[in-house]
Write a protein that binds this ligand. Sequence first.
Ligand code: GDP
Ligand code: MG
Length: 441
Amino acid sequence: MPMFESITEKISNIFKNLRGLGKLSEQNIAEALGEIRSALLSADVNFSVANNFIQRVKTQCLGQVVIQNVTPEQQFTKIIFDELVKLLGDESAPELSSKRPLKILLVGLHGSGKTTTAVKLAKFLKTKANFSRPLTIGCDIYRPAATDQLETLSQQTAIDCYVDHNCKNVIEIAHSGVRYAEKNGCDLLLFDTAGRLQIDENLIREIRDISAKIQPDEVFLVADSALGQEAANVARSFHAAVPLTGIILTKLDGDSRGGAALSMKEVTGVPIRYVGTGEKIESLEIFHPSRIAQRILGMGDVVSLVEKAQEQIDEKQAKELEKKAKKGKFDMNDFLQQLQSIQKMGPMESLIKHFPGMHNIEIDPKTGDKMKHTQAIICSMTPKERSRPEIIDGSRRLRIAKGCGLSVQKVNMLLKNFKQIQVMMKKMKNSRANLASLLGM
Ligand code: GDP
Ligand code: MG
């Protein structure tokens, strides 16, 4: 797919330049973001979509925690990647409706690939999903060749096709198609509609009427990926006319720049479900946001590196914690160890300063103090007290408070919090959440 080549090239240049700098500063991050924004724009990504994207990346950078073994630049890449995936629609487009027969209405501009896609989808779902008898229904009566095209393609693919060359009423044809399907036990109905060069009132009215008549379970917008800047408007207008449940991007094998793919999900909230990758009937694929994002960034290696590093930290710590938590044996010693390992990473303030664009982020100045206090209190406990905090009575509390130079209330508070943590840890299966709750102390 040459489609994302130019944007891929631009973005990988941006990262190359970043790498050359050795160190990330707020300024070169800002510059990189500016360049990424213009790379998106020149790939025909919708203007506000590009702006929002950059904004989200910035916010993400602010929320990051330093991970050892990866450079900030690699982490930055990961953020861009994750946001790209989100922009493209996250991994899992919802399942097709489970209704049978399933009625899918295909809408879109003239030449976008509706007729071809109707047959492609019939074949695809027959082969890969649980449909035994798909039916294509020709609702484009304006060009005589259109129904012939649907009929021929369907025949070649051994798919049933309903057309009526004599009827001039689209709604009637659609309705007869449904009846034909009922009589013949078809479990998948694909309505191929007429397009226009541009969205106009007649087109909108017609697809609304058809939709009202047949009550489709899915309405897919078939869109040419070469639409460019127009993509956002087209998607929005169709979505306003008939609520779309999916988008099929066609001609991904062409040399368009990818902007349509990157804009349409964002402006409509409707997932891209399939992509057309060629003229052949077999050339239809499920859309995978992360694959596209990896291609755009051209750096799947960095992404997996960061993921691995994240997992390693989480896993090692979390496994031990989980073991103890399960046995109800998470005690003050573990807690102390946990606090120390967090502090090993450095004081909060300086940790955060290492991060792109974060010099002016506000962190609660008391967070660091709280952690220090907590440690001081635990350090004043005897090993026996640490492993069995429940023995800490009034006089022990007083002694601990004196030992660490903090008030008895603070000691009480910690003991109370710790009890909650223990309860929480027993309940929580998710190790990540454990760590987070400790950090939030
Ligand atoms: P419609 O007017 O929306 O029904 O569009 P058609 O289905 O007639 O398709 C218009 C043209 O685009 C035809 O020549 C198709 O072969 C071609 N086409 C459709 N999908 C794809 C695709 O994914 N890749 C390529 N290369 N061509 C496609
Ligand atoms: Mg057509």
